[in-house]
Design a protein around this ligand. Sequence first.
Ligand code: DGL
Length: 273
Amino acid sequence: MKQPIGVFDSGYGGLTVLKELVRQLPQYDYLYMGDNARAPYGPRSFETVYHYTLQCVQWFFSQGCELVILACNTASAKALRTIQQNDLPGIAPEKRVLGVIRPSTEIIGHYTKTGEIGILGTTGTVSSQSYPIEIARFFPGLKVYQEACPMWVPLVENNEYNKPGADYFIQQHLNALQAQSPGIDTILLACTHYPLLLHKIRAYVGEHTTILSQGEIVARSLIQYLQNHPNMEQRISRGGGRQFCTTDSVADFDNHASIFFGEPVSSSHIDLS
Ligand code: DGL
């Protein structure tokens, strides 16, 4: 694989995004890396998430990636803008790093009839205010309500998400979000892990509520981006290669990864230090 598209996440969750990228754009090579050794990113400070994410982006560049997608909402919220504006011009002016927030915020207004949106994410994503700020740029009239769901990532990571105990935490946060306004008719799952909870989330929202997962949105946005940037498109290698790396245990990664990616995964260990 010469110049694969790099797909980054704090751990396994970004595989839900990679799965959609591979489905909609199968012709390209992909290199996925999960920083499992330092996950979760959700509760960490701005400085730490930025520092970790930049280090991972530099690793992707060292592997030949011209384009890196931060499939992690927390990294997109806390590190992307600084990397794009402050770091890239100095370290790799020709390369690009994209996130998952902009693709979601630039279309979300098309789904709501009431003009009221709910955002579910990690504590870090919610406290960064990235979603309300970005949505206001594209759809200034929308009302945006947020709810941090700190228990949802551990439920998925510990394989408890299909069990009855998960319902308590799922209902708790959906009730808290919907209590902020009865008018919310569109909910964005602004965390890589939440699509795995979709069937349970459905049970606790009104039947007319639209629930959006990001994988499909990010894939459609990447198709558009590559059409608009043919110079970048030509620099990405083709051949359908998929390579998976983790900063932690390969056995753990491979065990979890198939849940997120939907097919068996065989990863390699990397050491960032
Ligand atoms: N990947 C993170 C996100 O989408 C969730 C897991 C974590 O907190 O590291 O926000």
